[in-house]
Write a protein of this length. Structure first.
Length: 59
């Protein structure tokens, strides 16, 4: 019987959740994608610079 109470309580709790609007989800997704792309470019640039520096040091 505890399992049924658990699912009943979970359903009641989900009905009280304040879900974001579609616009908020889209804006959040866009912000995350921009951040990931920017961070990827920064890490790639650092890799190129350090790789070039190590290559120059080992010549």
């Amino acid at each position: 019987m505890n399992l049924m109470k658990y699912f009943s309580d979970a359903r009641a709790e989900l009905s009280r959740v304040s879900w974001p609007s579609r616009e908020q989800v889209v804006e959040g997704t866009q912000a995350v994608l921009i951040f990931v792309i920017a961070l990827t470019l920064i890490v790639w640039l650092m890799d190129v610079v350090f790789g070039w520096g190590i290559h120059q040091a080992l010549k």
